[in-house]
Design a protein around this ligand. Structure first.
Ligand SMILES: Cc1cc2nc3c(=O)[nH]c(=O)nc-3n(C[C@H](O)[C@H](O)[C@H](O)COP(=O)(O)OP(=O)(O)OC[C@H]3O[C@@H](n4cnc5c(N)ncnc54)[C@H](O)[C@@H]3O)c2cc1C
Length: 265
């Protein structure tokens, strides 16, 4: 690990100020950043630790939306009575991330800023039509992820919170890499009055929606309707874990499982 300066502000304004000037990085739970810095794959002249910024914590809900602070840890989302009641599929997604240490240190904001192609939260954001609030603007989930480990975030732009509209029904199903539990294919399905959204993670360089499945499920929200869809393997990832053709099949299988889980509520 290269040497760096460390700052621990306690307000959003101070954190934003601390991130200016030097080549600075925000530090959330360190689950991606510290590993990368230890391997010298990543470096920073200054780390701005967000642990003391209480305004980035907390979960709240209205009749129509749930808002989760950027520094809320996965274990807190999984255990939150508010999330479990409003969007149980989101709490279950968080409960299935990594292992206990990752869930107790990893954060919503850190996960989104990293934009790992196999991360779970991107599927939830896109399927639920969430909005990301930063220190500079509000960004629709559909516009947030731009590629492999890439987002529209600018240098020094801090994620403050994410607001999730409450769906009629939603659930996440993941075909996971057994060691890390990252998604080889993860599918979030969300049913609202406007129709059905299906978002897939783990199968391309970034999260994407599947119009064929959305049309089938908007007409008939059933596992059978999902299973009747055949998807092309074009543009899907192929690696040591599985082929593109297998991923195409798993997208359909995970979608059907997510629909079954959503209907059970
Ligand atoms: C073994 C292992 C297994 C995992 N399994 C899964 C899994 O199954 N599913 C899954 O979804 N994820 C998984 N993860 C990722 C995990 O969920 C973490 O959320 C992710 O690694 C980011 O970590 P962090 O929140 O501690 O952020 P950090 O590592 O502290 O930061 C990551 C990046 O985000 C930036 N950042 C942090 N907070 C903000 C903010 N508020 N605004 C702007 N930028 C910010 C940092 O500058 C840095 O660039 C796994 C990780 C590990 C190590």
């Amino acid at each position: 690990m290269y040497a760096f300066e460390y700052q621990r502000p306690d307000t959003i304004e101070a954190a934003t100020l601390a991130a200016q000037g030097a080549e600075a990085r925000f530090l959330a739970g360190g689950q991606s950043l510290v590993q990368a810095m230890k391997l010298r794959l990543s470096s920073a002249e200054r780390l701005v630790d967000l642990a003391g910024v209480t305004a980035l914590r907390g979960i709240s809900a209205s009749a129509t939306e749930v808002t989760i602070g950027a520094m809320v840890r996965h274990a807190e989302v999984a255990a939150s009575a508010t999330v479990r009641q409003a969007i149980p599929g989101l709490a279950e997604l968080a409960a299935g991330i990594g292992d206990a240490m990752v869930r107790n240190l990893g954060t919503l904001g850190g996960s989104l800023a990293t934009a790992d192609p196999a991360a779970c939260y991107p599927a939830a954001l896109v399927a639920l039509g969430a909005r990301v609030k930063t220190t500079q603007r509000e960004i629709a989930a559909d516009d947030f992820f731009t590629g492999l480990y890439e987002t529209v975030l600018r240098a020094g732009e801090l994620i403050v919170s994410v607001t999730f509209p409450i769906p009629l029904k939603a659930a996440y199903a993941k075909y996971k890499q057994p060691a890390s539990r990252f998604a080889m294919v993860g599918v979030m399905v969300s049913q609202t009055a406007a129709g059905v959204r299906v978002a897939v993670t783990g199968a391309r360089s970034a999260v994407f929606r599947v119009p064929e499945l959305e049309q089938a499920l908007s007409a008939d929200f059933s596992a059978a309707a999902a299973s009747s869809v055949t998807l092309p393997a074009d543009d899907l990832n192929a690696d040591i874990h599985c082929s593109a053709q297998y991923r195409a099949a798993m997208i359909v299988v995970m979608t059907a499982r997510a629909v079954t889980a959503a209907q059970a509520r």
